[in-house]
Ligand binder design. Structure first.
Ligand code: HEC
Ligand code: HEC
Ligand code: HEC
Length: 140
């Protein structure tokens, strides 16, 4: 291969990468800083009052990386086995395996919580095409 072609390919690559990455940094600029998922909803404050601390279904670290898988398991369990009860590893509470009635009861700030993080990471779960999202007031 001649050096000349190598240079062309290299420049082509740079241009390609710049374009491929565009939606990513464009989005980051738009949603500005790194998202800080807010967990100050009424249901979470109520839980904190009763249990002395804020808790998710499992540990925060687990939830951060595994919530998609957990939701898949919940769906399979409900739809295939008709089982709606979930015992948490993290604490001795029983949860109702439901996206809209359990996750979204606590995370009723979907836009500020789920959406903000997903937009930042450029993922777009389609779940709420069917499942009902919590009603939220537009504040801004
Ligand atoms: C009882 C209320 C409650 C329920 C039900 C609940 N969460 Fe949470 N969730 C929390 C709280 C509180 C935190 C923050 C935990 C902490 O700070 O240790 C949290 C944290 C998280 C995080 C990590 C956020 C971060 O900052 O990285 C994700 C993701 C998450 N929840 C998703 C879900 C999903 C999906 C479901 C349903 C499967 C769910 N949660 C159900 C209260 C809840
Ligand atoms: C701290 C950031 C963060 C928060 C908060 C968060 N998510 Fe996610 N979510 C992610 C990331 C990152 C992925 C993509 C992971 C992957 O592709 O492996 C994801 C993927 C998903 C997926 C799978 C989508 C797909 O197409 O595979 C679902 C479903 C989901 N999230 C639901 C929720 C719900 C519901 C909430 C709010 C209760 C929530 N997430 C809050 C970061 C977050
Ligand atoms: C095409 C419509 C549709 C889409 C899209 C969809 N679901 Fe569902 N989902 C259903 C139906 C219907 C049920 C059964 C409801 C029942 O039996 O309570 C269900 C049940 C569930 C359940 C257990 C019951 C409950 O109340 O939540 C979970 C968890 C769930 N889905 C998660 C998800 C997640 C996560 C996504 C996105 C990755 C998703 N679903 C996308 C239609 C859909």
């Amino acid at each position: 291969m001649k050096l000349y072609d190598g240079g062309k390919i290299f420049i082509g690559l740079i241009i390609f990468v710049a374009f491929a990455a565009f939606p990513f940094y464009f989005n980051v600029g738009k949603v500005n800083a790194k998202p800080e998922p807010k967990t100050d909803t009424p249901a979470i404050q109520e839980w904190e009052k009763q249990n002395g601390k804020k808790q998710c279904v499992e540990s925060k670290e687990f939830m951060r990386t595994e919530h998609m898988q957990l939701l898949n398991n919940w769906r399979d369990s409900v739809v295939r086995d008709g089982n709606r009860g979930y015992m948490s590893d993290a604490h001795t509470k029983r949860f109702n395996m439901s996206l809209q009635n359990e996750c979204m009861r606590c995370h009723s700030n979907k836009k500020k919580f789920c959406d903000e993080c997903h937009n930042y990471m450029a993922v777009k779960p389609y779940c709420f095409d069917c499942h009902i999202a919590p009603k939220e007031e537009e504040k801004s």
